[in-house]
Write a protein that binds this ligand. Structure first.
Ligand SMILES: Cc1cc2nc3c(=O)[nH]c(=O)nc-3n(C[C@H](O)[C@H](O)[C@H](O)COP(=O)(O)OP(=O)(O)OC[C@H]3O[C@@H](n4cnc5c(N)ncnc54)[C@H](O)[C@@H]3O)c2cc1C
Length: 465
């Protein structure tokens, strides 16, 4: 067994000092709000002047945020999912990436890989359909067009980008990224170079960090070392388990519970660390494989502030894209592939590249005839699909004074405990909440009013900072 585990570091990025604030301040009475931005007199947090939120958990064309390795699943399942079927149906997308699953770069690389596979069997001039205009589909389509194939991209949404979703809402001072926006300076170098060539601004999360000076500020070494202990312990076990089981079995929970730093309880710090982990993987510790669940986790220390979707639009230049065209069925038994479209039409092509998210495959939203081979179906079932949601809040003036870029709430029952302070990075008073796992699915179901109430309560401890 080989582990390619990257270092696990806490915070919305990693390698970061982070401002950790205990939430044991007295809770304000819950304000009743009916509309944004209605004033909330009982909270010290002013009402935001703008709020933007994602809804990946319920999005029919995503059904979650990114794939993860659940207990009992292995990287082999990703490999199984990536195998072509009958030389006619090909698979790409982040879930098929061998070592960068759950990332934009992994999706892009899978697109390049699948184009090579198609090239290996297709004759020149063949008609190829690429299903999905996200990072994987855009990369595959671009490469196939360059090779002279007759390519059409079929995209269910009315936009390209998939789980990269840049919005430019009116009166916001900066682009809002509802999906991917954090990259690793080391691992995502090729992507960062591409963004730089396009003139897209990115910023470091580390350089601009300043940790608050009070006794309640600390980096969460207790949480990260508990997770590291559990991982090391799990590697020595004969069978995989969940990260939760490994935390218990290794004694990491007990050790954390007996520790404290800067007045913060170790148990609360571990809980905060696991919330940050869920915000990176989309999964709770109980859902993650202790052997492989942390393997695909890059250290994310840069953010895209200049519009991430541009990279997909650029890749698709000169490629034929049919928007609002969901693929509902794929018949692939013969010498061609017939696609049933949501528009009521059907399309016959020589080969098809499927790049839809794992969550869409799990829901059987595309009917394959004949059924996909057992290895594909068992991979789809074994791999997990996580949930991450983001909430962007714009304020007229900041109610906080800290320059810390990453905030983590400790000892709270708030759903959103991880925040990025964009003022520290861009100068604009914008906070971005990131939540993963079960809490993300709860947040996704909140009405706008309830979400506003929840985030204002969550942010109250930062008024003093
Ligand atoms: C909130 C969030 C935060 C993230 N943060 C990061 C991050 O910071 N860094 C990072 O590297 N990665 C991050 N990721 C993961 C990253 O976004 C994905 O790994 C990557 O964008 C996936 O690309 P893809 O091409 O595989 O899939 P997608 O981008 O999902 O593309 C698939 C496309 O298929 C389309 N589709 C679905 N069903 C159909 C159908 N039936 N017919 C036709 N089209 C269909 C979809 O609309 C979509 O456009 C994040 C994801 C989320 C949701």
């Amino acid at each position: 067994m080989s582990f390619s585990r990257r270092s696990f570091l806490l915070g919305a990025g990693s390698g970061l000092s982070l401002l950790v604030v205990t939430a044991c301040t007295e809770k304000s009475p819950v304000p009743t709000t009916s509309a944004i931005p209605s004033p909330t007199p009982s909270s010290a947090v002013p009402a935001p002047s703008g709020i933007e939120r994602s809804s990946w958990s319920s999005d029919p064309f995503a059904r979650g945020s990114q794939s993860f390795l659940a207990p009992g699943s292995t990287p082999q399942h990703r490999d199984d999912l990536s195998r072509p079927v009958g030389g006619r149906v090909f698979f790409a997308g982040e879930a098929t990436s061998a070592d960068l699953a759950g990332t934009v770069l992994g999706a892009q690389q899978s697109g390049a890989r699948v184009a090579t596979e198609v090239l290996g069997v297709a004759s020149s001039g063949e008609k190829i359909a690429v299903v999905g205009a996200g990072a994987a589909g855009a990369e595959a389509a671009r490469a196939l067009v360059l090779q002279g194939f007759d390519v059409i991209v079929l995209e269910a949404r009315d936009r390209v980008g998939g789980r990269i979703h840049t919005r430019t809402p009116q009166s916001w001072p900066l682009d809002v990224e509802l999906g991917a926006w954090r990259l690793s300076a080391v691992e995502d170098q090729s992507l960062l170079t591409r963004l730089a060539n396009l003139g897209t601004e990115t910023n470091s999360l580390t350089d601009l960090l300043a940790v608050g000076a009070t006794g309640r500020s600390a980096s969460n070494a207790i949480g990260s070392s508990a997770v590291a202990t559990a991982s090391t312990w799990a590697e020595a076990q004969p069978a995989d388990s969940s990260l939760t089981a490994a935390l218990d079995g290794s004694g990491a929970v007990a050790k954390a519970a007996g520790a404290s730093v800067g007045g913060l309880a170790g148990a609360d710090l571990l809980t905060a660390a696991l919330s940050s982990l869920a915000g990176n993987t989309g999964a709770n510790a109980s859902q993650l494989s202790a052997w492989y669940g942390l393997a695909d986790l890059p250290a994310r220390d840069r953010i895209v502030t200049g519009g991430f979707s541009g990279v997909i639009a650029d890749a698709l230049k000169g490629v034929r894209v049919s928007l609002s065209t969901a693929v509902l069925g794929v018949s692939h038994g013969g010498s061609a592939v017939s696609l049933k479209l949501g528009t009521g039409e059907s399309l016959t092509v020589d080969r098809v590249v499927i790049t839809v998210p794992l969550g869409v495959l799990k829901k059987n939203a595309i009917a394959f005839d004949p059924l996909l081979p057992f290895t594909h179906r068992s991979a789809i079932s074994a791999l997990g699909m996580g949930s991450i949601e983001t909430v962007w809040l714009r304020f007229d003036t900041p109610f906080w004074s800290t320059d810390a870029a990453i905030w983590s709430l400790v000892g709270t029952d708030s759903d959103i405990t991880d925040w990025v302070n964009l003022q520290a990075i861009t100068g604009e008073p914008v906070l971005v909440g990131i939540v993963g796992g079960k809490a993300a699915r709860r947040v996704a179901k909140l009405s706008d009013d309830d979400l506003l109430q929840s985030v204002m309560t969550a942010l109250a401890p930062f008024v003093a900072y």
